[in-house]
Design a protein around this ligand. Structure first.
Ligand code: HEC
Ligand code: HEC
Length: 331
């Protein structure tokens, strides 16, 4: 027992967010050390994440489109639904391990976590507000003046502090406790089908969905054709470089069991639909896709492996859930 405890202790590092991060993970891009993260800032970020006060008419919160039980993706619609029932152009991605990401959005439009929340707050199809309007509203609330003071030692609410608080909460959404992680740490074992699926995955998929984060944080075309009603050009919309046409951010596959529908426009409903797509590709632009050929039993094994990326500790983590404080009467 003593040996096991020692092993577990050395296999994971503990951070302020009280998340356990396996030792073999790369260094995060965003500072999640005790020096930077503060419990009160994280808590304020969580309140803001769940509070519809962030939208112009008080109807939409971040969690309207990013639901904990779907690893913060949204499963009801392919394209996100925002204020005034406006339909966006893209599928809300799952949110996890954001501290390891250097670019955000399907096209990489945002390159720092601290700036990310500004996009949905101000987007006409999402929350339809503006930072000055929102700051005015928050300044009128004694509840938030107190919370900002606890977090930043200053009761003057600023846009910068608001964005930092949301980024700190977002950076604590760490998923590192799936069956896959346990197998890698030697405390669990794959079934035969999962083991074969892992071998297939390592050979066919891991060039882009690189473990342990299951993304390279890069952009690629996985061969899906453009949807002519959306005309989404992906990364080229940001860089205007034709070489970036139809390149999209490679999504993580952690918790992929619960993050359907899939792809930037939510076109596929199931993992089998995704595998059919990869299997049926003819002459893909990206050479890394050429080798994908799956027999019927291999499809089943690959899905069995992907299901080992489900992390129930994450999906049911009450630290990430709706804060009951928001239901209490407050000024
Ligand atoms: C109306 C639905 C909607 C709301 C509300 C919303 N989001 Fe999103 N979110 C999306 C969509 C859609 C994308 C992808 C946008 C794109 O690629 O252009 C996204 C992308 C993101 C990303 C980037 C993830 C990645 O891997 O690149 C983060 C982080 C995020 N949202 C956090 C938030 C936060 C924090 C809030 C609240 C301030 C919020 N979202 C509100 C729909 C929404
Ligand atoms: C060339 C790089 C590349 C390879 C190889 C690759 N993918 Fe992908 N994958 C992507 C990109 C890029 C997307 C997002 C595309 C989009 O939304 O337009 C994606 C999306 C996905 C999604 C949807 C995830 C979500 O949250 O929407 C799944 C599931 C997936 N890939 C599984 C696999 C599997 C399984 C393999 C191997 C059989 C594989 N991929 C091989 C680049 C790749």
């Amino acid at each position: 027992m003593k040996w096991l405890a020692l092993f577990l202790f050395s296999a994971v590092a503990v951070v302020q967010s009280s998340q356990r991060i396996p030792k073999n993970w790369p260094t995060p891009v965003y500072d999640i050390s005790d020096d930077n993260l503060k419990v009160e800032k994280i808590h304020l970020g969580r309140l803001l994440f769940y509070d519809p006060i962030l939208s112009r008419d008080g109807t939409i919160s971040c969690s309207s489109c990013h639901s904990l039980y779907n690893a913060f993706a949204h499963t009801d619609h392919a394209l996100s639904h925002g204020i005034d029932d406006r339909i966006g152009r893209r599928n809300a991605p799952a949110l996890m391990n954001l501290a390891w990401m250097s670019s955000f959005m399907w096209d990489g439009a945002i390159n720092h976590l601290d700036m990310q929340a500004l996009a949905p707050i101000t987007h006409v199809d999402e929350m339809g507000s503006s930072l000055p309007d929102l700051i005015d509203k928050l300044r009128g609330r004694g509840f938030y003046r107190k919370k900002f003071f606890e977090a930043f030692g200053d009761s003057t609410i600023t846009g910068q502090h608001l964005l930092i608080a949301i980024a700190q909460f977002s950076s604590t959404l760490i998923s590192a406790d799936s069956k896959y992680d346990k197998v890698m740490q030697g405390s669990d074992a794959f079934s035969d089908a999962e083991e074969r699926g892992f071998a297939l995955f390592s050979r066919l998929c891991a060039d882009c969905h690189i473990p342990p984060l299951f993304t390279s944080n890069d952009f690629a075309s996985n061969g899906i054709p453009i949807d002519s009603s959306l005309m989404d050009m992906g990364k080229m919309e940001v860089t205007t470089n034709p070489a970036d046409s139809l390149l999209f951010k490679i999504p993580t596959l952690r918790n992929v069991e619960f993050t359907y529908p899939y792809m930037h426009d939510g076109r596929f409903k199931s993992l089998y639909d995704v595998l059919d797509h990869y299997n049926d590709l003819k002459k893909p632009k990206d050479k890394r896709l050429e080798k994908i050929q799956l027999a019927e039993n291999e499809r089943v094994e690959l899905v069995a492996f992907m299901l080992t990326l489900t992390d129930r500790e994450f999906l049911f983590n009450q630290k990430f859930a709706f804060p009951k404080e928001l239901l209490q009467p407050r000024e």
